[in-house]
Design a protein around this ligand. Structure first.
Ligand code: G1P
Length: 292
Protein backbone atom coordinates (compact mmCIF):
# COMPACT_ATOMS: atom_id res chain seq x y z
CA UNK A 1 0.00 0.00 0.00
CA UNK A 2 1.26 3.45 -0.82
CA UNK A 3 -0.80 6.03 1.02
CA UNK A 4 -0.29 9.73 0.55
CA UNK A 5 1.14 11.12 3.75
CA UNK A 6 2.19 14.63 4.63
CA UNK A 7 5.96 14.77 5.11
CA UNK A 8 7.37 14.72 8.66
CA UNK A 9 9.23 18.04 8.97
CA UNK A 10 9.22 18.71 12.70
CA UNK A 11 10.61 16.85 15.67
CA UNK A 12 9.91 17.33 19.38
CA UNK A 13 12.61 16.61 21.96
CA UNK A 14 11.25 16.39 25.52
CA UNK A 15 14.21 17.58 27.62
CA UNK A 16 12.60 18.89 30.80
CA UNK A 17 13.32 15.74 32.89
CA UNK A 18 15.38 15.98 36.08
CA UNK A 19 17.74 13.04 35.50
CA UNK A 20 17.58 11.89 39.11
CA UNK A 21 19.05 8.49 38.21
CA UNK A 22 22.37 10.21 37.45
CA UNK A 23 22.73 12.33 40.57
CA UNK A 24 25.08 13.84 41.56
CA UNK A 25 26.36 14.07 37.93
CA UNK A 26 23.15 15.85 36.92
CA UNK A 27 22.98 18.20 39.90
CA UNK A 28 23.74 21.23 37.72
CA UNK A 29 24.25 19.65 34.28
CA UNK A 30 21.23 18.53 32.23
CA UNK A 31 21.25 14.75 31.76
CA UNK A 32 20.91 15.30 28.00
CA UNK A 33 24.42 16.81 28.09
CA UNK A 34 26.02 13.58 29.33
CA UNK A 35 28.41 12.50 26.58
CA UNK A 36 28.37 9.26 24.65
CA UNK A 37 31.90 9.17 23.22
CA UNK A 38 32.54 12.66 21.80
CA UNK A 39 29.09 14.26 21.82
CA UNK A 40 26.22 14.71 24.26
CA UNK A 41 23.07 12.60 24.12
CA UNK A 42 21.04 15.50 22.76
CA UNK A 43 23.40 15.83 19.80
CA UNK A 44 23.11 12.13 18.98
CA UNK A 45 19.33 12.42 18.69
CA UNK A 46 19.51 15.77 16.89
CA UNK A 47 21.77 14.20 14.25
CA UNK A 48 19.45 11.22 13.89
CA UNK A 49 16.55 13.61 13.25
CA UNK A 50 18.56 15.82 10.87
CA UNK A 51 19.71 12.78 8.90
CA UNK A 52 16.09 11.67 8.59
CA UNK A 53 15.21 14.99 6.91
CA UNK A 54 13.73 16.85 9.89
CA UNK A 55 13.79 20.63 9.33
CA UNK A 56 12.52 22.08 12.61
CA UNK A 57 13.70 21.05 16.07
CA UNK A 58 11.44 21.74 19.03
CA UNK A 59 12.89 21.43 22.53
CA UNK A 60 10.47 21.12 25.44
CA UNK A 61 12.71 22.43 28.18
CA UNK A 62 12.42 23.36 31.84
CA UNK A 63 14.39 25.12 34.55
CA UNK A 64 18.22 24.85 34.39
CA UNK A 65 18.20 23.55 30.82
CA UNK A 66 19.64 26.60 29.02
CA UNK A 67 22.86 24.73 28.31
CA UNK A 68 21.00 22.63 25.72
CA UNK A 69 20.28 25.68 23.59
CA UNK A 70 23.81 27.00 24.10
CA UNK A 71 25.25 23.72 22.86
CA UNK A 72 23.72 24.18 19.41
CA UNK A 73 24.64 27.85 19.14
CA UNK A 74 27.33 29.56 17.04
CA UNK A 75 30.53 30.01 19.11
CA UNK A 76 32.62 32.63 17.25
CA UNK A 77 35.51 32.85 19.79
CA UNK A 78 35.93 29.11 19.88
CA UNK A 79 35.87 28.87 16.09
CA UNK A 80 38.46 31.65 15.74
CA UNK A 81 40.75 29.97 18.25
CA UNK A 82 40.50 26.57 16.55
CA UNK A 83 40.99 28.13 13.14
CA UNK A 84 44.06 30.17 14.18
CA UNK A 85 45.61 27.01 15.66
CA UNK A 86 44.94 25.04 12.47
CA UNK A 87 42.67 22.53 14.25
CA UNK A 88 40.53 21.88 11.21
CA UNK A 89 39.00 18.58 12.43
CA UNK A 90 37.85 20.13 15.68
CA UNK A 91 36.53 23.17 13.85
CA UNK A 92 34.48 20.95 11.53
CA UNK A 93 33.11 19.03 14.55
CA UNK A 94 32.12 22.26 16.31
CA UNK A 95 30.44 23.62 13.17
CA UNK A 96 28.55 20.37 12.73
CA UNK A 97 27.05 20.83 16.20
CA UNK A 98 25.56 24.23 15.29
CA UNK A 99 21.94 24.45 14.43
CA UNK A 100 21.27 26.66 11.39
CA UNK A 101 19.30 29.84 12.10
CA UNK A 102 15.54 29.56 12.25
CA UNK A 103 15.58 25.82 12.99
CA UNK A 104 15.51 25.65 16.78
CA UNK A 105 12.32 26.36 18.72
CA UNK A 106 11.80 26.03 22.43
CA UNK A 107 8.84 25.82 24.73
CA UNK A 108 8.68 25.06 28.44
CA UNK A 109 7.09 22.33 30.47
CA UNK A 110 6.68 24.18 33.78
CA UNK A 111 5.70 21.12 35.85
CA UNK A 112 6.76 17.46 35.53
CA UNK A 113 3.30 16.07 34.76
CA UNK A 114 4.40 13.29 32.40
CA UNK A 115 5.60 12.65 28.86
CA UNK A 116 2.14 13.25 27.38
CA UNK A 117 2.05 16.65 29.03
CA UNK A 118 5.57 17.51 27.78
CA UNK A 119 4.51 16.70 24.20
CA UNK A 120 1.29 18.68 24.61
CA UNK A 121 3.39 21.72 25.60
CA UNK A 122 4.72 21.71 21.99
CA UNK A 123 1.29 21.71 20.33
CA UNK A 124 1.41 25.33 19.09
CA UNK A 125 4.85 24.85 17.59
CA UNK A 126 3.87 21.60 15.86
CA UNK A 127 0.55 22.90 14.51
CA UNK A 128 -1.57 20.76 12.24
CA UNK A 129 0.96 18.36 10.73
CA UNK A 130 2.57 15.01 11.52
CA UNK A 131 5.66 15.18 13.69
CA UNK A 132 8.34 13.03 15.25
CA UNK A 133 9.27 12.69 18.92
CA UNK A 134 12.75 11.62 19.99
CA UNK A 135 13.56 10.90 23.64
CA UNK A 136 17.27 11.62 24.17
CA UNK A 137 17.53 8.77 26.72
CA UNK A 138 17.23 6.31 23.86
CA UNK A 139 19.97 6.06 21.31
CA UNK A 140 20.18 3.60 18.44
CA UNK A 141 23.45 2.65 16.84
CA UNK A 142 22.96 1.92 13.14
CA UNK A 143 24.17 3.17 9.79
CA UNK A 144 20.64 4.18 8.84
CA UNK A 145 19.14 6.00 11.84
CA UNK A 146 16.05 4.70 13.62
CA UNK A 147 13.91 7.70 12.62
CA UNK A 148 14.95 7.37 8.96
CA UNK A 149 13.82 3.72 9.09
CA UNK A 150 10.51 4.77 10.66
CA UNK A 151 9.91 7.38 7.96
CA UNK A 152 10.12 4.59 5.37
CA UNK A 153 7.42 2.71 7.29
CA UNK A 154 5.39 5.93 7.54
CA UNK A 155 5.68 6.48 3.79
CA UNK A 156 4.31 2.98 3.25
CA UNK A 157 1.41 2.93 5.73
CA UNK A 158 0.80 6.57 6.73
CA UNK A 159 -0.71 7.40 10.12
CA UNK A 160 1.39 6.78 13.21
CA UNK A 161 4.57 4.76 13.74
CA UNK A 162 6.49 3.87 16.91
CA UNK A 163 9.84 2.10 17.21
CA UNK A 164 9.58 -1.18 19.12
CA UNK A 165 11.77 -3.94 20.46
CA UNK A 166 11.33 -7.07 22.56
CA UNK A 167 12.23 -6.78 26.23
CA UNK A 168 12.44 -9.48 28.91
CA UNK A 169 8.94 -10.08 30.35
CA UNK A 170 10.01 -8.94 33.82
CA UNK A 171 10.73 -5.47 32.37
CA UNK A 172 7.34 -4.70 30.79
CA UNK A 173 6.56 -2.38 33.71
CA UNK A 174 9.18 0.08 32.45
CA UNK A 175 7.72 0.63 28.96
CA UNK A 176 4.69 1.20 26.78
CA UNK A 177 3.70 -2.29 25.56
CA UNK A 178 1.94 -3.35 22.34
CA UNK A 179 -0.96 -5.65 21.75
CA UNK A 180 0.14 -6.90 18.35
CA UNK A 181 -2.07 -7.20 15.27
CA UNK A 182 -0.95 -8.27 11.81
CA UNK A 183 2.76 -8.69 10.99
CA UNK A 184 3.87 -6.84 7.85
CA UNK A 185 7.59 -7.52 7.37
CA UNK A 186 9.51 -5.60 10.04
CA UNK A 187 6.33 -3.68 10.89
CA UNK A 188 3.35 -4.81 12.97
CA UNK A 189 -0.06 -3.23 13.16
CA UNK A 190 -1.04 -2.29 16.69
CA UNK A 191 -4.31 -3.45 18.28
CA UNK A 192 -3.71 -2.11 21.76
CA UNK A 193 -1.24 -0.08 23.85
CA UNK A 194 -0.68 -0.24 27.60
CA UNK A 195 1.66 1.94 29.64
CA UNK A 196 3.97 0.02 31.99
CA UNK A 197 1.85 -3.11 32.59
CA UNK A 198 2.92 -5.67 35.18
CA UNK A 199 4.57 -8.67 33.50
CA UNK A 200 1.54 -10.91 34.14
CA UNK A 201 -0.82 -8.40 32.48
CA UNK A 202 1.37 -7.41 29.51
CA UNK A 203 -0.27 -8.29 26.15
CA UNK A 204 3.20 -8.93 24.63
CA UNK A 205 6.83 -8.13 25.33
CA UNK A 206 7.13 -5.74 22.40
CA UNK A 207 7.92 -2.37 23.94
CA UNK A 208 8.04 1.19 22.64
CA UNK A 209 11.42 2.85 22.68
CA UNK A 210 11.63 6.63 22.55
CA UNK A 211 10.83 7.26 18.87
CA UNK A 212 7.42 8.23 17.55
CA UNK A 213 5.82 9.60 14.40
CA UNK A 214 2.39 10.91 15.30
CA UNK A 215 -0.49 12.72 13.66
CA UNK A 216 -1.59 16.08 15.11
CA UNK A 217 -4.91 14.58 16.31
CA UNK A 218 -2.89 13.26 19.27
CA UNK A 219 -3.14 16.76 20.77
CA UNK A 220 -6.94 16.53 21.02
CA UNK A 221 -6.49 13.55 23.33
CA UNK A 222 -3.54 15.00 25.23
CA UNK A 223 -5.40 18.24 25.92
CA UNK A 224 -7.84 16.37 28.18
CA UNK A 225 -4.94 16.06 30.68
CA UNK A 226 -6.14 12.63 31.79
CA UNK A 227 -3.88 10.95 34.36
CA UNK A 228 -2.66 7.40 33.77
CA UNK A 229 0.12 5.12 35.10
CA UNK A 230 2.11 6.76 37.91
CA UNK A 231 -0.58 9.50 38.04
CA UNK A 232 1.12 11.11 35.00
CA UNK A 233 -0.36 12.36 31.72
CA UNK A 234 0.80 9.50 29.51
CA UNK A 235 1.55 9.75 25.80
CA UNK A 236 0.73 6.03 25.45
CA UNK A 237 -2.85 6.56 26.70
CA UNK A 238 -3.46 9.33 24.14
CA UNK A 239 -1.95 7.16 21.38
CA UNK A 240 -4.30 4.32 22.34
CA UNK A 241 -7.24 6.61 21.47
CA UNK A 242 -6.01 6.82 17.85
CA UNK A 243 -6.04 3.03 17.40
CA UNK A 244 -8.72 1.92 14.95
CA UNK A 245 -9.18 5.54 13.86
CA UNK A 246 -5.86 6.01 12.04
CA UNK A 247 -3.21 3.51 10.85
CA UNK A 248 -0.84 2.69 13.72
CA UNK A 249 2.25 0.53 13.33
CA UNK A 250 5.24 -0.56 15.35
CA UNK A 251 8.56 -0.91 13.56
CA UNK A 252 11.07 -3.49 14.74
CA UNK A 253 13.97 -1.27 13.77
CA UNK A 254 17.48 -2.37 12.92
CA UNK A 255 20.35 -1.38 15.20
CA UNK A 256 21.54 -1.66 18.78
CA UNK A 257 19.39 0.26 21.23
CA UNK A 258 20.77 1.74 24.45
CA UNK A 259 18.64 3.04 27.29
CA UNK A 260 20.94 5.84 28.39
CA UNK A 261 18.48 6.85 31.10
CA UNK A 262 19.96 3.97 33.09
CA UNK A 263 23.57 3.93 34.22
CA UNK A 264 24.25 0.51 32.73
CA UNK A 265 22.77 1.47 29.37
CA UNK A 266 24.85 4.65 29.42
CA UNK A 267 28.08 2.74 30.10
CA UNK A 268 27.22 0.16 27.42
CA UNK A 269 26.56 2.95 24.90
CA UNK A 270 29.91 4.57 25.65
CA UNK A 271 31.70 1.28 25.07
CA UNK A 272 29.81 0.60 21.83
CA UNK A 273 30.36 4.10 20.41
CA UNK A 274 34.00 4.03 21.51
CA UNK A 275 34.49 0.69 19.76
CA UNK A 276 33.11 2.02 16.48
CA UNK A 277 35.15 5.25 16.53
CA UNK A 278 38.42 4.64 14.64
CA UNK A 279 40.15 7.34 16.76
CA UNK A 280 39.79 5.33 19.99
CA UNK A 281 38.56 1.87 18.99
CA UNK A 282 41.83 -0.04 19.46
CA UNK A 283 42.44 1.70 22.79
CA UNK A 284 38.95 0.89 24.08
CA UNK A 285 39.42 -2.75 23.09
CA UNK A 286 42.68 -3.05 24.98
CA UNK A 287 41.28 -1.21 28.04
CA UNK A 288 38.36 -3.65 28.22
CA UNK A 289 40.77 -6.59 27.97
CA UNK A 290 43.02 -5.18 30.71
CA UNK A 291 40.11 -4.45 33.02
CA UNK A 292 38.78 -7.98 32.68
C1 G1P B 1 8.43 6.65 28.24
C2 G1P B 1 7.07 6.18 27.70
C3 G1P B 1 7.08 4.66 27.49
C4 G1P B 1 8.24 4.27 26.60
C5 G1P B 1 9.57 4.82 27.17
C6 G1P B 1 10.70 4.58 26.19
O1 G1P B 1 8.60 6.16 29.55
O2 G1P B 1 6.05 6.57 28.60
O3 G1P B 1 5.86 4.24 26.92
O4 G1P B 1 8.28 2.86 26.48
O5 G1P B 1 9.48 6.21 27.41
O6 G1P B 1 11.93 5.00 26.71
P1 G1P B 1 9.68 6.77 30.56
O7 G1P B 1 11.00 6.16 30.17
O8 G1P B 1 9.63 8.24 30.38
O9 G1P B 1 9.24 6.31 31.92
Amino acid sequence: MNVSSKPVRKAVFPVAGLGTRFLPATKVMPKEMLPINDRPLIQHVYEEARDAGIEEFIFVTGRYKNMLEEHFDYQPELEETLSSRGKEDMLAAVRDSEMPEGKLFTTRQPKPLGLGHAVWCAHKLVGNEPFAILLPDDIVNHEKGCLAQMIETYNEFGGNVVAVKNVPREETNKYGILDIGEKKGAAVSIKGLVEKPNPEDAPSTLSIIGRYILQPEIFEHLSVFERGAGNEIQLTDAMAKLLGVQPFHGLRFEGQHFDCGSRLGFIAANLAYGLKDPAVSAGVRSIIKDLL
